[in-house]
Design a protein around this ligand. Structure first.
Ligand code: NAD
Ligand code: ZN
Length: 363
């Protein structure tokens, strides 16, 4: 079993990663025993596929709350329903609330735990690759508002993250690939050796090989844990680096109305390729590295281009301006000096980005 600690003053917590670990989840999920309530929050899809396995792995009784799958579940109505149901089970601060699902369930349950009785314990048992390598670690929780995605939330760290790569066996391959974009992101940000590892092993990982998946999850969690420990609330540049590809990506997602047209990880893949090509265009990064990034993503089934439905540079710039709170036409963007050498470029001129996007679209 791999153990990675997220080192935070007074609130450190472990991430356990092992194929099959959910079969003995109860050994790892601590908290009050006896007849204190313990609640699993999940969605219908995950419940149908895997709930029985997790229930069997917990060594005592558990209540279950099953929500509809999909991004729309991260809303005020579901939050209210969830909080009221948790209260009806008599959940108190030290009891275990177990978020069992992808990033949607993790974000919603984490936020419910953050506000319930001013903060309850919660455990993440992520079941998508994206959630296993990114959203379950780091304590960002949120729901969406009519004004935009993730606008209402809190920093609330879990007390434990339990990752069983076996759950990925049922994940649709499109979601597996989208989650993989966040894996290779860690290599592109700060670890050229890990990028090389990805180049050699991504095919096996995407084909469902557990060893490769476990290795990639551990490397990703290690990288994210280090960043979160150094900059929990994104006050320095450190945690911002995790947003490589995300400013471009969010603009693409917004144009796709955050629908299945473009999954988050798919948008991030295009966004990372754009960040590298823009860096190369500015003479910051060797064109060879930008080419390598692009080829790697393409080979593994991820698009590196601006999709047709988003082919309007003015609209993309408008999203970027909003996303990044531009000050006098300048924004901070994550760019790269090469593979494994991302940095925060302050004062990027949006007019220059606009002409870059126009060229990309004309392509
Ligand atoms: N908190 C953070 O730091 C953070 C970081 C990145 C993303 N996010 C959030 O994460 C969300 C996206 O997460 P996601 O991609 O996991 O989406 P998701 O939770 O919607 O899961 C994707 C789909 O896969 C299904 N599913 C989950 N596990 C499965 C399994 N093992 N087998 C088969 N199907 C399975 C789900 O039911 C859902 O339909 C977004 O809301 C995003 O904002 C949060
Ligand atoms: Zn992301």
């Amino acid at each position: 079993m791999t153990r990675i600690d997220v080192a935070l003053a007074g609130r450190s917590y472990p991430i356990f990663i092992e194929s099959g670990i959910s079969a003995h989840a109860g050994m790892h999920i601590q908290g009050p025993g006896g007849d204190r309530p313990q609640v699993i929050v999940t969605d219908e899809t995950v419940a149908d596929l895997h709930l029985e396995k997790l229930r069997n792995g917990l060594n005592r009784a558990v209540e279950t709350i099953i929500l509809p799958p999909g991004e729309a579940t991260k809303n005020w109505t579901q939050l209210e329903t969830l909080v009221e149901r948790l209260l009806s089970f008599g959940v108190e601060r030290g009891d275990n609330i177990i978020a069992f699902g992808g990033g949607v369930i993790g974000d919603l349950t984490g936020f419910a735990a953050a506000i319930l009785r001013r903060g309850c314990r919660f455990v993440q048992v992520p079941t998508t690759l994206l959630a296993q390598v990114d959203s379950s670690v780091g304590g960002k929780t949120a729901i969406n508002s009519a004004a935009g995605k993730n606008l209402v939330g809190a920093f609330h760290q879990p007390s434990l993250v339990l990752i069983d790569p076996d759950f990925l066996a049922t994940l649709p391959s499109r979601h597996l690939r989208a989650g993989y974009a966040e894996v290779v992101k860690y290599g592109l940000i700060g670890d050229a050796d890990f990028f090389e590892w990805c180049d050699a092993h991504a095919a096996a990982l995407l084909a469902g090989e557990t060893d490769e998946q476990t290795h990639a999850i551990a490397a990703s969690c290690r990288a994210k844990a280090a960043v979160v420990a150094a900059d929990e609330r994104e006050t320095a540049d450190m945690r911002a680096l995790l947003n490589l590809g995300h400013t471009f990506g969010h603009a693409l997602e917004a144009e796709g109305a955050y629908s299945d047209r473009l999954l988050h990880g798919e948008a991030v893949a295009s966004g990372m390729a754009l960040a590298f090509r823009y860096s190369a265009r500015r003479g910051l990064c060797p064109a060879e590295d930008a080419g390598k990034v692009e080829r790697h993503l393409q080979v593994h089934g991820l698009s590196t281009r601006i999709p047709d439905f988003a082919a309007d540079p003015d609209r993309l710039i408008a999203h970027m301006r909003q996303d990044k709170k531009a000050v006098s036409g300048k924004v901070a963007l994550i760019l790269a000096r090469g593979i494994g050498r991302a940095f925060v470029a302050h004062d990027v001129d949006l007019e220059d980005v606009r002409s870059f996007l126009s060229e990309e679209i004309a392509g």
